[in-house]
Design a protein around this ligand. Sequence first.
Ligand code: FES
Ligand code: FES
Length: 224
Amino acid sequence: MKKETTQHNEERWPEEVSQEKALLNRREFIFLSSLAAAGLAAAPYVLTACDQRDPIPLSEYTEIQLVINEKEMKMKIDPRTSLLDLLREQLGLTGTKKGCNQGACGACTVHLDGMRVNSCLTLAVQADGLQVTTIEGIGTDDEFHPVQGAFLAHDGYQCGYCTSGQIMSAIMVLKENHADTREEIQEWMSGNLCRCGAYKGIVAAVEAVRDNAVPKELLVRKTS
Ligand code: FES
Ligand code: FES
């Protein structure tokens, strides 16, 4: 059997190439399905957001103006840029994490005009004219947000990779009054996955904020 040459000039057996293509098609299918579920698939430019390998001319960049963590910003961006990539790659706000990059894990959760969104599935141009809050924008210079303090008090994390997304979701779950019972918290936090399985601590942290039971000393930001 003759080997095939891939687009990267590597020699592979035909079986390997077809397995790789099947895997890519499956990923593409999951990605497009999640866009459809989010009601975004109708916008043709959204479908190209997953492939930013081909640069476009600067003349095709789009100007957006938005408020990020209370700072007004104006910039020109490639219209295919996700909000997540804008925050992390272009603005250095790396507290927001990239997990699956396809809407399945919640690690990239931020607030957009008071609603929680998966920033990996949100185009930066969709945030034009809106307020974005990331994990860097909660609390104050002197104090953590109560949800941050509660995560500390109840070990709501292990590796910490999912934690900023969990905290941003937990803040909204509390604001939305969806934290009356443990089951309700689990249901409304179900879009945020934790591979370390710190769910018990996460739910306890949300309950603690709901019950106003976060030790004040845990809220103090230590600068040294
Ligand atoms: S990185 Fe956005 S949902 Fe997983
Ligand atoms: S603390 Fe590790 S993934 Fe949640």
